[in-house]
Ligand binder design. Sequence first.
Ligand code: GN1
Ligand code: MG
Length: 390
Amino acid sequence: IEPGRKVEAGEVIFSTRRTIEGADSRSLEDAIYAFGFGDCCSYVKPFGEGHINETYAVYLPDENGNDVPLFVLQRININVFKNPDQVMENIFGVTEYLRNIIRQDGGDLDRESLSYIKTKSGDTYFEDEKGQPWRCLHYVPNSVCYQQVERPEQFYQSALSFGHFLKQLGDYPADSLYETIPQFHDTAKRFRDFEDAQRKDVKNRARLCHPEIEFVLSRKADCNVLMEQLEKGVLPLRVTHNDTKLNNILFDKDTDQGLCIIDLDTIMPGLACNDFGDSIRFGASTAEEDEKDLDKVHFDINLYEIYVKGYLEMAKDVLTPAEIESLPWGARLMTLECGMRFLADFLQGDVYFKTSYPEHNLVRARTQFRLVKEMEEQFEKMHEILKKYC
Ligand code: GN1
Ligand code: MG
């Protein structure tokens, strides 16, 4: 392809092999060739902050000969996503659907939704020699991603974006979606998995985290609150994102407005309050998810209010009263669930989330439990704030 030219979804491009700078594995290089730009790729760089997949930015020369990131290449973690073909079918379905809406609304097709490309042979992903799946998407130009709220306005923007996303997918045929991770946000099941991990204690690490284990075990009843409402039909299933962290939104570099929702691996039927809750868990914290100094970690109720305002402004008309009422529980339980998952992974020897040091998952669990505790203390206030915007 000519430098700088955009490749259409599914387009077939011919290339011959050469060595790509920064491709430290044969698989990575093979993947770049499989998507057809091996011959013109200058180099690749690790990219992003995800805990699950491995992500690279792929640089190609633009019309002036400057190397710019044009594609993102990701190796899907098959330990987590057992059926990559189903993950990709979901993603192609949803992104095509979103792109149609954006087209109709006269939006920016290159930047408001992700756009995935197929391999030279027309597959939604490439399987390398080791059987690992790789996928490729366009890099969204002039965008930025935040690990923490820097200005409250950003959090408000993210609330609008996720509220908008919920609405955009309101009529998406939910039964066409595969459940990419079964019972992903079934908090009661997550609790049982946790109990199992701490009972087995395969790495003999339980001795390092007795208070944290107790913290979880004493909240068994909480874990059922939303699942029961779902079973009773009080809360409906919707098409949800299921991983609504602030760093799963790209912002426009110039305007700082929410631009594009990313990380679509876990789009599945789910509860709206869980999407709301996961945003609060991550974004309404005064510190990063793995802050070691717990004195720095607080639940910021002002940020919570800002998110409530934006989310309800956008989604109030589609949410039922019961769903609106469930939002504070979503925040509490997504935070508890996430902490529980980090702690279970710590106990199991860090087999799920990427870690940089041995206690990384324990540190993460501790920040989550600090947030849960503060949310519990301010739970009534969280409801009062909610009422202001209904
Ligand atoms: C994982 O890959 P990433 O960082 O976007 C995880 C989420 C957790 C999150 C915690 C598929 O998301 O469920 O909430 O880490 N994704 C999966 O930061 O398990
Ligand atoms: Mg992510």
